[in-house]
Design a protein around this ligand. Structure first.
Ligand code: HEM
Length: 480
């Protein structure tokens, strides 16, 4: 006797719970029971999720649907335990250990003999860029770059180069009356980067470069499959075009013989290490491209956050204005110097608090290169560590009332390891002082010349790929 359709449907429906059960435990079986059994140390608490996609659905559920990003970690900790700040999971295509407490984050960032930074999109970053290379080569490139953009001498010069554009942009925003802070801060940041890094003036070429960077960054976030039609492939093509543009500029400069050191490209071309060696052309270009990637979106986002948060917290703007107005009265020049910015105490506290709340860098990654034991837990070789930086800054154990914009909290230093906005260890952000300076300059000119209010104060937040208000922080903007 044949089986009827109804019976087939019954069998399939009956098997579904079993299938669900198998899928739910498959990764656990594979990563924890089968591959984890060669050691008697236990893995951190957690769950490895479904085959291939791991815990992606839950991650997206909290970040995109519920829009309560911190509850992604809170929920797991409630369910599986605190685990000394460690959780195991499968995210972004790899078995991973999440680190979400200050001590363990610091441990990972400072143990580069156990954990290394490994980008999946190395060729998009540039194989000789400082973010890709390791060891001595990394240290050498880092010192070149720090000299060019992040040390006091460089910052002094940069403060003067970026200010005219910031001042002109604010003037034009007041003229427009209503602006989208996200788009406008992107524009002024990219124009300044163009000037600082390669003396490119605003115009068609810079607009093209902006589009190419956009394609490149999207490629970096995509799965690294390099064939036509993929975001990665498009990113690769954008990178090649950027290399061509910078390559032409570099050759032009080499022919010009006159040494001037006005921008990062000149700086990188001229600097020599202790043995008298300069950077190769490829190294100059790879490092300029990766510095733009590191500095562009991050600087524009924190600038947008400053505008947004000061509109939401007028008491903070009031104090900021008092300090900057008092400073301004004693001055004749329209521009503020780098060393003057660093003396504005409250302004610098607003800078730190903005960067803490902006949480521009949600996560950072490391690859475990040999099995590590941390407080009785095994961190297996070959897995990723996901440093959940955001959680450090929004955990009430680390910062009292963490979602309140309260620059006064910076009257005291933060508890050790709780403030890791720029990462740490040898890979700490290479543009951290530059980012702070640019934000300080913006705060000075904003607070002394302008007033603004949010068009949609109740606009919701989005959290991927970056945290920002849904409307990009639209504001009514005018002169004081
Ligand atoms: C508020 C703005 C910024 C934030 C929050 C930020 C955050 C970070 C973080 C979290 C890292 C990773 C550190 C790690 O994995 O240990 C990093 C690395 C890096 N950042 Fe930034 N960044 C900012 C601005 C900038 C700027 C303005 C530049 C340059 C123009 C820059 C260039 C870099 C570079 C080159 C690296 C790689 C360093 C290395 O591998 O040695 N960043 N940044």
């Amino acid at each position: 006797m044949g089986v009827t359709t109804t019976e087939w449907i019954g069998v399939i429906l009956g098997c579904l719970p079993l299938l669900g059960f198998v899928l739910w435990w498959w990764n656990e079986l594979w990563y924890v029971v089968l591959r984890g059994r060669d050691s008697n140390k236990r893995l951190p608490p957690g769950h490895m999720g479904l085959p291939f996609i791991g815990d992606t659905i839950t991650f997206l559920w909290y970040f995109k649907f519920l829009r309560r990003p911190d509850d992604y970690i809170n929920a797991q900790r409630r369910k599986y335990g605190e685990g000394e700040g460690l959780l195991r999971t499968h995210l972004f295509g790899a078995p991973s250990i999440i680190a979400c407490e200050p001590l363990v984050t610091k441990f990972v960032l400072q143990s580069d003999d156990k954990f290394i930074l490994e980008w999946p999109s190395r060729e998009l970053m540039g194989l000789t860029s400082m973010v890709v290379v390791h060891g001595k080569e990394h240290a050498r490139l880092r010192s070149f770059v720090t000299d060019a953009i992040n040390c006091p001498n460089a910052l002094r010069r940069i403060a003067l180069v970026v200010q005219p554009r910031v001042v002109a942009a604010l003037h034009s925003w007041a003229h427009q009356g209503r602006i989208n802070a996200y788009l406008e801060t992107r524009k002024v940041t990219f124009e300044n980067i163009g000037e600082l890094f390669g003396s490119f003036e605003p115009g068609d070429l810079l607009d093209t470069m902006d589009e190419l960077y956009d394609g490149l960054v999207k490629g970096m976030r995509a799965y690294p499959l390099n064939f036509p039609g993929t975001a990665y492939h498009r990113g690769y093509k954008c990178r090649k075009k950027l290399e061509e543009i910078y390559g032409k500029e570099l050759q032009k400069r080499k022919k010009m013989k006159v040494v001037k050191t006005v921008d990062l490209m000149d700086g990188l071309m001229q600097i020599k290490d202790d043995e008298g060696n300069s950077l190769s052309d490829t190294e100059v270009i790879d490092n300029i491209v990766s510095l733009v990637v590191g500095g562009y979106v991050s600087t524009s986002l924190v600038s947008m956050w400053a505008i947004y948060l000061l509109a939401k917290f007028p008491n903070v703007l009031h104090k900021l204005r008092e300090e900057n107005m008092a400073f301004r009265k004693a001055k004749t020049s329209d521009f503020i110097k780098a060393e003057e910015v660093s003396k504005l105490k409250y302004t610098n506290m607003v800078v730190e608090e903005t960067i803490r709340m902006g949480n521009v860098a949600l996560l950072s990654f490391r690859k475990i290169i040999r099995e590590v034991e941390y407080k009785g837990y095994k961190l297996p070789k070959g897995w990723n560590v996901i440093l959940w930086l955001r959680y450090l800054h929004t955990d009430p154990k680390n910062f009292e009332d963490p979602l309140c914009f309260n620059p006064d909290r910076w009257n005291e230093p933060p508890k050790p390891g709780t403030y890791q906005v720029f990462g740490g260890g040898k890979r700490i952000c290479a543009g951290n002082m530059l980012a702070r300076l640019q934000l300080g300059i913006l705060l000075h000119h904003l607070s002394t010349g302008y007033k603004w209010e949010l068009v949609n104060p109740e606009a919701g937040m989005i959290y991927l790929p970056h945290q920002k208000p849904e409307d990009g922080a639209e504001v009514f903007f005018s002169k004081l």
